[in-house]
Design a protein around this ligand. Structure first.
Ligand SMILES: [Zn+2]
Length: 215
């Protein structure tokens, strides 16, 4: 074998190589397809469904839990243990109108100097959460009419718009009934000493209270 032979392969080898070269894109395509199919139909079932980022992404779109308007849990404004501070990173608090949050924050600070602590028992609610509360009230009180005296609809509740807070405990609510107007905070419903909305200027006059059709 000459040096030239090493550089230039015999004609039949060259021909085979070039035929192979011609098929290479097809072969590569088959390999890629096999890997993809193996990944989808072979490896994929071995994964826990929740581990798949693809499934997580799809669930994120399809799962009603990912849509705040359709949530009834914490994402929908439920407050674990029924008591939140304004510093809590909960949708019930972060979903409130900032002006309302600030008014309640100032009131809470001044109440504390009076030795009264209060907290938010309910704030922003998703439409679905509001509907759930109404449904529960209907079950408990036997009719929509009776339930509506205590719980509003998703369309009407100011909680759904982030414009209302419920305050607890009773002692704290009474403090705010007495001093709320100093911060523009008004009791709205005569049958709810705990429900407040920002309805006037600090030191202003609150609108007449409503009898029922609670928030
Ligand atoms: Zn309320």
């Amino acid at each position: 074998m000459t040096r030239q032979d090493l550089i230039q392969p015999p004609a039949h080898v060259s021909a085979r190589t070039s035929r192979r070269t011609g098929r290479r894109p097809v072969a590569v395509g088959l390999v890629v397809a096999s890997v993809v199919l193996a990944a989808v139909f072979g490896a994929y079932p071995l994964l826990d469904r929740a581990d798949s980022p693809v499934v997580q992404a799809v669930d994120g779109v399809l799962d009603p839990g990912a849509d705040p308007a359709g949530s009834t849990g914490v994402d929908g404004g439920e407050i674990p243990d029924g008591a939140a501070t304004l510093a809590d990173d909960l949708p019930a608090v972060t979903g409130l109108d900032p002006a309302l949050t600030e008014a309640v924050r100032q009131a809470a600070s001044d109440a504390a100097t009076d030795g009264i602590d209060f907290w938010v028992t309910s704030g922003w609610r998703s439409p679905a959460f509001q509907q759930r509360l109404l449904d529960e009230a209907v079950r408990k009180h036997g009719s929509l009419e009776k339930a509506r005296e205590l719980v509003s609809t998703p369309e009407l509740s100011e909680h759904v718009h982030g414009k209302a807070v419920d305050i607890g405990p009773t002692e704290g609510a009474y403090w705010l009934v007495e001093h709320g107007t100093d911060y523009g905070l008004c009791q709205v419903y005569s049958n709810e000493i705990w429900h407040f909305e920002l309805l006037t200027e600090p030191g202003g006059t609150c609108p007449p209270m409503l009898d029922g059709a609670a928030g």
